[in-house]
Ligand binder design. Structure first.
Ligand code: ADP
Ligand code: MG
Length: 360
């Protein structure tokens, strides 16, 4: 039978971190790195998966469709996909799938959403499923929430499924509406992976999410999105650490709105300032940064062409995103990574460095 080949990109979030599961705003864009799935329908009811990104003993996983069971392994992202699709009434047959990705795994650039979206695109094509791109994004989020056990919001799946063409997506996660936002041409976007890995199905992410829920309970709202930045006085009265957690979310939502305005006005200095404020808020209030990431941001801010820099993605490791004057980003990235590697035992990787960075 014929093999279908599909792919989906990773993403870098420009600003709006930990706001998506609070019903707030985000501003991610796709990166050139992608996850590719080659899938062949085999008949029967078995799924056999292989990842080219893992050592042999972890790379292969096989299961009977309809008997998906969480294994605490990478294949859970695919088992979740087939289980949820079947639950929605889609009919699948047996298949073999080979996964290969250039999105670094566990680096805050959303290899997990790229895997889910690429896999659903492959299944859609192989089994003629009537699925649109937003439905794929929503199912991908549910896979992480309901099957993998990572309580992520909708940002990663939406931008991987619906983003591209060099534009960022300004998403309102309350109603899934989105708008393309293009960075001014005179900017360089740089993404550097710290080499410190995180896992969204690990404890920290889910703890933050339940802290937000506790804050909502005390504030009498369903989502922190309902608290505007003018309502911060109420947030200040919360007990710690809920006070700082909620303060991050409320101020970060405002920063996304301010960032979209700064971009439309071509005000890169203001956008850079918002990046720096966002980083401080993640570091001090949300406490999802790590010393290595703080070091990368500090090194970036020491560069004269840099407008701003911040941790991107859920945190606890991962990557930073830098906004720089056009023509200065690539050289700055080299100096930053050299200085970083001389100080810490991790190997940094420059993933994007160029005019407006991302996917073109
Ligand atoms: P991120 O999405 O930031 O990369 P997550 O912790 O959300 O980090 O997801 C990473 C997990 O996704 C990996 O631990 C692995 O289980 C799975 N994964 C993603 N891409 C691949 C791949 N190409 N091959 C195997 N597993 C993958
Ligand atoms: Mg992820």
């Amino acid at each position: 039978m014929k093999t279908v080949t599909t792919s989906a990109p990773g993403r870098v979030n420009l600003i709006g971190e930990h706001t998506d599961y609070n019903g707030g705003y985000v501003l991610p864009m796709t990166i050139p790195q992608r996850t590719v799935v080659e899938l062949k329908a085999t008949g029967g009811g078995r799924a056999t998966l292989r990842s080219g990104n893992l050592p042999e003993h972890k790379a292969v996983f096989s299961y009977e469709l309809g008997r998906e069971a969480r294994a605490g392994a990478w294949a859970d992202y695919v088992q979740g996909v087939t289980k949820l699709l079947a639950g929605e009434g889609y009919i699948l047959g047996g298949f073999e799938a080979l996964v290969n990705s250039t999105v670094p795994i566990g680096s805050g650039l959303s290899s997990s959403a790229a895997l889910e979206v690429a896999m659903m695109r492959a299944l859609r094509e192989a089994f003629a499923l009537d699925l649109d791109d937003l439905a794929i994004a929503k199912l991908g989020q549910r896979v992480e929430n309901e099957f993998v056990g990572a309580r992520v919001g909708i940002m990663d799946q939406m931008v991987s499924s619906l983003g591209g063409d060099g534009a960022a997506l300004f998403i309102d996660t309350l109603d899934f509406s989105f708008k393309r936002v293009t960075l001014p041409a005179d900017t360089d976007l740089v993404v550097i992976n710290s080499g410190v890995r995180h896992s969204n199905s690990g404890g920290g992410y889910n703890t933050r999410r339940s802290e937000c829920e506790q804050a909502c309970g005390l504030l009498g709202v369903k989502l922190l999105r309902e608290v505007p930045s003018t309502g911060l006085a109420r947030v200040e009265a919360l007990p710690e650490p809920l006070r700082r957690r909620a303060r991050h979310v409320v101020t970060e939502n405002q920063r996304v709105l301010d960032a979209v305005r700064a971009i439309s006005e071509g005000d890169m200095k203001e956008l850079g300032r918002l990046f720096v404020e966002s980083h401080k808020s993640m570091r001090d209030d949300y406490e999802v940064s790590v010393p290595e990431i703080d070091l990368l941001v500090e090194l970036a801010l020491g560069e004269s062409g840099v407008y701003g820099a911040r941790l991107t993605g859920g945190g606890f490791g991962g990557s930073i995103v830098i906004l720089a004057r056009r023509g200065t980003g690539a050289a700055a990235a080299e100096r930053i990574t050299r200085a970083y590697a001389a100080k810490v035992p991790y190997k940094p990787v420059i993933l994007v460095s160029g005019e407006q960075g991302a996917d073109k």
